[in-house]
Design a protein around this ligand. Structure first.
Ligand code: DGJ
Length: 541
């Protein structure tokens, strides 16, 4: 199927995808204790996913040999772009060949999907808008920057842009509901991609200037007033430093300088994207999120997309609507754990749509799940192991596959214990060789594995307190010693350690680990170089 030359632009769909009513098992977010879980068909679901390169899913033919490779990693979910330009190549004429084919091929490979709606913005720019939008700069105005230059960025002040984007997204969601409302191959939607103004700290078009010099909207000031104590500290600080005013222009309320510009842009992007998301949700209420280009150290708004849902403006995004369920970080920076922690605050569930794969991803996924109870993890460019001619390259995803293989077995237990304070995750290296956890009344001293003078370079893992004296752990390169949390004269010893696998929640024991493998009873060891699951039973003396 050559979707680029499809000439029939009516509402077309594959005949195999029968129209269905929306069923009650629709993917949704649900709280369990402190955690938020994705629930699909009534059961919790942990996304062990990966994102495709930007252009792969524009051709079903190109994707054909890639699907089985993805399934064999093993992933359970693929994050795949779906662009406005290919769905609505002429205004009002929709072509759903691509989503239909992607849903069909995902199902054939037993994979789920998260669609990325690349529409008004992708990496700040507007290259995915259809040509009929790009060409009509009067109807669909652009951002104007300091030097008077227009850039290929749709202005958030283009009302018609927002309405056209929302109409297209609504049509897509209606179609997904019709073809997938029963099977739930599509789990969630990403709305736009890494939005924000690049090249300047804000839009300086006449409409933007007028709004910037006008009053901060009441919806936002009321939100500030009502949520003052719950605002994220980095945002609250900016507002309070400027006098915590509840009326005035943007510069009055948030101070002079680029921070006010960023907050102003955040409000305007958020209003627009919340509107698009709400239009889609009205048709089919899948969970929806926005992803974020994270600010580098010492960088200022405009060097990163100004107005994107960074922690310092996440409250502004929340104040602008409630159609978006998650503000998600794209974490390429080395301080992975810190970004997880900053995003998993104030009720925002963690979901990581883009990050590094390879050895970094192999380790980081344990922290994201164990410590931050993420809904899902998804390294970018998973299909970079095949070139355009489909020649297999050395697979850079082998490491991720090892982690996913382990986590897939653990997923039902992870999902069972999430939100109950029974699970923790950690990342260790030479600069951070140890950490302390407290679980089930025990203090766990976790450190880089070391025996007979040989120390692991890195360590990562998660542990779950599965019984009063029992822990399940998974990972590599660490060791744990136990004490009672409240101290005292009682010693805690290792009763037994087993390695094993899990099948449908049942523990299948392998070796009994003792002697050097538990350092003669002094440590619960996870040797480096391989990822495995172990169960320890403690005793007191
Ligand atoms: C982040 C974007 O969201 C992706 O689509 C892709 O462009 C990557 N950056 C490239 O590193």
């Amino acid at each position: 199927m050559k979707q680029r030359v499809v000439l029939v632009f009516a509402m077309i769909g594959f005949p195999f995808l029968m129209a269905h009513a929306q069923s009650s098992g629709i993917p949704r977010l649900e709280k369990q204790g402190a955690a938020t879980r994705l629930v699909v068909d009534g059961k919790p679901f942990l996304i062990l996913g990966a994102e495709l390169l930007n252009s792969s899913s524009s051709s079903l033919d190109y994707m054909r040999p890639i699907w089985p490779r993805l399934a064999s990693i093993p992933l359970n979910t693929v994050l795949t772009p779906l662009s406005w330009e290919l769905i609505e190549p002429r205004e009002g004429q929709f072509d759903f060949t691509l989503p239909d084919g992607l849903i069909r091929d995902a199902r054939r490979n037993n994979l789920r999907l998260v669609f990325l709606w690349l529409a008004s913005w992708k990496n700040g720019m507007s290259s995915y808008a259809p040509l009929w939008v790009k060409q009509d700069t009067h109807r669909f105005p652009r951002v104007l920057e300091k030097d008077g230059a227009t850039v290929e960025i749709l202005s958030t002040f283009g009302k018609e842009s927002m309405q056209a984007d929302a109409r297209a997204f609504a049509a897509l969601m209606r179609h997904i509901r019709d073809v997938d409302g029963e099977a739930h191959t599509v789990l969630m939607m990403q709305v736009e991609n890494e939005v924000g103004v690049l090249g300047d700290s804000r839009d300086r078009s006449p409409a933007a200037n007028q709004a910037f010099d006008g009053p901060v909207p009441m919806e936002l000031t009321t939100y500030l007033q009502q949520h003052r104590d719950a605002l994220l500290p980095e945002f609250r600080r900016v507002w309070e430093n400027a006098g915590a005013k509840l009326s005035g222009t943007w510069a009055d309320v948030f101070g002079p300088g680029p921070q006010a510009d960023e907050i102003f842009m955040a409000w305007n992007y958020a209003r627009y994207v919340q509107h698009v998301a709400a239009a889609g949700k009205a048709e089919y209420a899948l969970p929806m999120y926005v992803n974020t280009w994270l600010a580098g150290p010492q960088s200022s708004p405009g060097q990163f997309p100004s107005g994107g849902p960074l922690p310092e403006v996440m409250d502004v995004w929340k104040a602008a609507g409630n159609a978006l369920d998650i503000f998600a970080p794209d974490i390429y920076a080395p301080n992975f754990a810190e970004w997880c922690d900053r995003y998993n605050r104030a009720g925002n569930p963690l979901f990581i749509p883009e990050t590094r794969g390879g050895t970094a991803g192999e380790a980081n996924v344990f922290y994201a799940i164990g410590q931050r109870e993420t809904i899902g993890f998804s390294p970018f460019a998973i299909d970079s192991f095949v070139e355009a001619d489909q020649t297999p390259l050395t697979d850079p995803n082998a490491e991720l596959g090892k982690s996913y293989h382990t986590l897939q077995q653990l997923a039902p237990i992870i999902l069972q214990y999430e939100g109950r304070g029974k699970m923790a995750g950690f990342l260790l290296d030479r600069d951070h060789p140890q950490t302390t956890l407290e679980l089930n009344g025990y203090r766990l001293e976790v450190s880089l594995d070391e025996i007979f003078g040989t120390r692991a370079q890195t360590g990562f893992g998660l542990v779950i307190a599965t019984g009063p004296e029992e822990f399940l752990g998974a990972g590599s390169g660490f060791r744990i010693s136990f004490q009672l949390k409240d101290g005292g004269p009682v010693g805690v010893g290792i009763g037994s350690v087993e390695e094993g696998t899990l099948s449908e929640n049942a523990w299948i024991p392998g070796r009994r680990l003792n002697g050097d493998e538990n350092d003669q009873g002094k440590g619960w060891r996870f040797a480096p170089k391989r990822i495995h699951i172990e169960k320890v039973v403690l005793y007191r003396y």
